[in-house]
Ligand binder design. Structure first.
Ligand SMILES: Nc1ncnc2c1ncn2[C@@H]1O[C@H](COP(=O)(O)OP(=O)(O)OP(=O)(O)O)[C@@H](O)[C@H]1O
Ligand SMILES: O=C(O)[C@H](O)CO
Length: 563
């Protein structure tokens, strides 16, 4: 009886989830509920394209599904939540001749203009066109080289704007580096913004990769000079915040410059975040975010990475000239710019959490901000595995070790304590066995490149977790770990990441593969491709979105077949 009640509540929440996904307003929701239509029918009526993918998510969890299939399903659900069209649908509400975004309503009078830059904006633009195409006057988006063809090949044509519509799609920034094509796109975007009046509404679509797709160096700095500086900084290990602080200082459009050009039009930026903590000024270097440039700050970043002596004079001059560049004028504060984060790693983790529960696992979310070297991160997951799996209470030193790792991996003590407590409670409840639990995290760890092999941070992390598990006494049907990039591409490889189980080390040994040797050469892709015909690789193809990485660690139940 009690179980039935909770099931009903669960189904209601799940249905609300679908309604939100489809952007169906509350009165329609009520009508649809009363009509008794099945959710599959609702899905097919309102959104035929991804119907199969969504319907498949709502099939009951099969007891016969392998752990490998389940961990991959949780990842797929995470990526689905941040599909570019879905995030736009969920945050923009069109009603007659008006649109509500981020709690504000704007009147549409054939006054809508659109610009965008980043790896996910093609699909975002296609959805804006579907929802508001009748009021759209013009649009220019700057997207990665070759992305339209790739999307057609992957059967994702619904994420492409209409061929002869109002949106001009410009491809550039080959290999994620600013180039002449991206420069031309940036100039067109600037010109469009410049033409606007106070009657206009400019939608700015922003996602990861936007910095390289919107280059507009401040004269006399040339594109090549700016590229050289950012490249050297990246190679020296600068963080994305440091990199983009320098980019903002050398750019006409970054750091609020685009919003300044669009003034006095209303500017609304829809942002899909690919930076830990969603700092608005760092995502694509914040072209709609008011920013101040402090020469001392830029110079200290360049000094930190020992680059001060080798930067061109033009760059030095531009930095010194801006004693205090305030890129957005005061009218900005009067509310003509609105920045709205419409999707992030947390959005993906939230859906993953939901789906893990559907599959019968108790979800525990560690943090969406895991960073630091993959060695430290894999050590953390090794230690947390002890909390979930050890037959007796782990010694106090283990908790101390976890807490000591916190600052290195960007996770607060509070989150670590909460996670250890929850894992401990699950273990105690299972009285010496395992309780079906799903540990989730996200972020962007780093790899120190020492070799010349092929790999990526997700595959290397999965491999290192396999190594951490080597010495532990884990049940044969024990934990399974997945690390995957939500963009579908991990480093310069075809895979998004990999899946590791407790038997990985023995499996590699049996096939004559020396894990340590592969790790020294940063050759994780070659390792996983060679092991058991690549069955541990995660290869979803390009996903057309990017909210960094997702980590899923599943512990099965040893008390029922469910695990
Ligand atoms: N052989 C390798 N093994 C492990 N990691 C690698 C290897 N080669 C490159 N990498 C790492 O891959 C990262 C680049 O990967 P990727 O192209 O997925 O970038 P990204 O950060 O996801 O890009 P974006 O933020 O634009 O989506 C770099 O941090 C680099 O250190
Ligand atoms: O484009 C960029 O600057 C990075 O992807 C961070 O948003």
């Amino acid at each position: 009886m009690c179980k039935c009640f909770f099931k009903k509540i669960f189904v209601c929440v799940e249905h609300d989830f679908i309604f939100t996904d489809l952007n169906i307003s509350p009165p329609w929701r009520l009508l649809l509920r009363l009509s008794g239509l099945s959710m599959a029918r609702v899905l097919s009526l309102f959104r035929p394209q991804p119907v199969l993918a969504l319907v498949s998510r709502f099939k009951p969890a099969s007891c016969n599904m392998s752990m490998d299939a389940r961990v991959r399903e949780v990842f797929t659900a995470a990526v689905e939540a941040v599909q570019p069209d879905a995030v736009v649908r969920q945050s923009v509400e069109r009603k007659d001749d008006s649109v509500a975004i981020g709690g504000r309503r704007f009147t549409l009078k054939h006054n809508l203009h659109l610009v965008g830059f980043g790896k996910a904006v093609l699909g975002m633009a296609a959805e804006v066109e579907r929802m508001m195409g009748d009021h759209l006057v013009d649009g220019v988006i700057s997207v990665p080289h070759g992305i339209q063809q790739t999307m057609r090949q992957h059967g994702k044509s619904h994420l492409l704007p209409k061929e002869n519509g109002q949106i001009e799609v410009m491809e550039g920034a080959k290999h994620n580096l600013p180039d002449e094509d991206a420069l031309r796109a940036a100039e067109k975007i600037k010109q469009l913004a410049k033409r606007l009046t106070e009657k206009d509404l400019l939608l700015v679509l922003i996602s990861g990769g936007g910095s390289a797709l919107l280059p507009a160096p401040l004269p006399p700095v040339s594109l090549q000079e700016k590229l050289d500086v950012t490249r050297r900084l990246a190679a020296a290990g600068a963080t994305i915040q440091e990199l983009n602080t320098v980019r903002r200082a050398l750019s006409v459009l970054k750091g609020g410059g685009l919003a300044k050009y669009a003034h006095p039009a209303q500017v609304v930026a829809l942002i899909l975040s690919d930076v830990i903590g969603d700092p608005l000024d760092s995502i694509a270097s914040g072209p709609t975010v008011r920013s101040e440039v402090w020469p001392e700050e830029i110079l200290s970043i360049l000094e930190r990475y020992k680059l001060l002596h080798c930067i061109p004079t033009s760059v030095k001059d531009v930095i010194q000239r801006q004693s205090r560049k305030d890129n957005v004028d005061e009218s900005d504060t009067a509310g003509h710019v609105q920045n709205v984060v419409i999707g992030s790693n947390s959005t993906a983790l939230e859906r993953a959490r939901f789906h893990a529960r559907e599959l019968g696992f108790h979800p525990v979310v560690l943090s969406p901000g895991v960073c630091g070297d993959v060695r430290s991160v894999s050590k953390l997951y090794g230690l947390l595995t002890l909390f979930a799996c050890s037959p007796v209470e782990p010694p106090a030193e283990v908790a101390a070790e976890v807490l000591a790792l916190g600052p290195e991996v960007g996770v607060a003590s509070w989150d670590l304590c909460r996670t250890m407590r929850e894992l401990g409670e699950r273990r105690r409840a299972a009285a010496g066995g395992l309780a079906a639990t799903c540990l989730l995290a996200g972020g962007e760890p780093t790899v120190e490149l020492t070799g010349k092999g092929r790999g990526g941070r997700n595959q290397e992390l999965a491999l290192r977790v396999g190594l951490e598990w080597r010495g532990l006494e884990l049940p044969p049907n024990g934990p399974i770990f997945l690390s995957g990039g939500t963009d579908g591409q991990d480093g310069p490889t075809e895979a998004a990441g990999a899946v590791t189980d407790a038997g990985l080390y023995a499996e590699a040994q049996a096939q004559g593969l020396d894990i340590e040797k592969f790790l020294i050469n940063n050759d994780s892709y070659t390792f996983f491709s060679s092991l058991s015909s690549g069955k541990h690789l995660l290869v979803p193809g390009l996903t057309c979105t990017n909210v960094m990485d997702v980590h899923v660690l599943l512990f099965p139940s040893t008390f029922s077949n469910k695990g």
